[in-house]
Design a protein around this ligand. Structure first.
Ligand code: 7PM
Length: 284
């Protein structure tokens, strides 16, 4: 047990508590869209996708996030049939072969329903279950639900996003979504919140969210942060997508220090190393 004196020393040293760090989960990204921006769609092939999953698991991933719909600004919609064909066979194969949690990144009720039937542990929805039928589809089961904030729609969201007070706006959005979920009979404890880095936010919005991520802790739910290889790093550092590793790890560590419980990343091994360093420091 940590005493009051040790707690205040940690605060003075700006250190995170080990009890939080021990619960942090690393979510490895598996993009199965043909146009996945940072892995060139090279995992579109089933076997290489499974190899990538195995590598992420041996590197220490706790959750594998499978995304079959591109949310890239300007991306075109995939149809339900194509999205199901991309993600469900992989979900089944992962669940049959590995002992790892799986998250399905989708906004479509039918994909959610298929994912639930085939044993997904989490639904990760960048549209926060606002699409037709989503709330009803997920209400009947017990999988975790990640509600992400997005301002606008993927095609146009990066055209001059504006907020009066970004943190306040997102807290209000989350409060409303939590209420909608609870009204449909969804247990609040199933929810995870994500402010949605890069989804209708400019560079300073994104860094303000990272700096003040702990403000969302007032909603008393676990936080997920996805910053890995994003343009906020590319724009700040003036680096192409394959040169954003240092930026991604630094951002992940800051997010964890700000209270994030799940960190969504491409580079699992490197992020797990960084988290180990943070944990080693937090012992003292
Ligand atoms: C193209 C552009 C492909 C952007 C993929 C992306 C998040 C997410 C994504 C996030 C949650 C990426 C994004 N980002 N789900 N899905 N949080 N919960 O960079 O930040 O991976 S897709």
């Amino acid at each position: 047990m940590i005493n009051m004196f040790e707690k205040s020393l940690k605060k003075l040293a700006n250190q995170v508590e080990l009890s939080h760090l021990d619960t942090v989960q690393v979510m490895g990204i598996l993009n199965v869209t043909p146009d996945s921006f940072s892995d060139g769609g090279k995992f579109a092939n089933f076997d290489s996708a499974l190899k990538q999953v195995e590598l992420m698991i041996t590197s220490g991933a706790d959750i594998i996030d499978i995304g079959g719909e591109s949310t890239r600004p300007g991306a075109i919609d995939v149809c339900e049939v194509d999205e199901i064909a991309r993600v469900i066979p992989l979900l089944k194969a992962i669940k049959a072969r590995f002992d790892v949690a799986v998250s399905i990144d989708t906004s479509k009720a039918v994909v959610m329903s298929e994912a639930i039937i085939h044993g997904t542990d989490m639904i990760n929805d960048v549209r926060a279950l606002q699409n037709e039928g989503c709330l009803d589809t997920v209400a009947q089961c017990d999988v975790q639900l990640c509600l992400m904030h997005m301002k606008g729609l993927p095609r146009t969201m990066q055209e001059k996003p504006h907020y009066e007070n970004i943190i306040k706006d997102i807290v209000e959005f989350f409060t409303q979504r939590i209420e909608n979920c609870v009204q449909r009979g969804i247990n609040k404890q199933r929810l995870v919140l994500d402010p949605g880095f890069g989804f209708g936010k400019n560079l300073s919005h994104n860094f303000q969210m990272l700096a003040q991520l702990n403000q969302f802790k007032t909603l008393e739910l676990p936080l997920l942060a996805g910053i890995s290889r994003k343009s906020m790093l590319g724009d700040l550092l003036n680096r192409d997508v394959e040169q954003r590793l240092s930026g991604s790890i630094t951002a992940a560590i800051v997010a964890i220090q700000q209270g994030a419980s799940i960190i969504r990343v491409h580079d699992v091994a490197e992020t797990v190393d960084a988290l180990k360093v943070l944990k080693a420091v937090a012992q003292y």
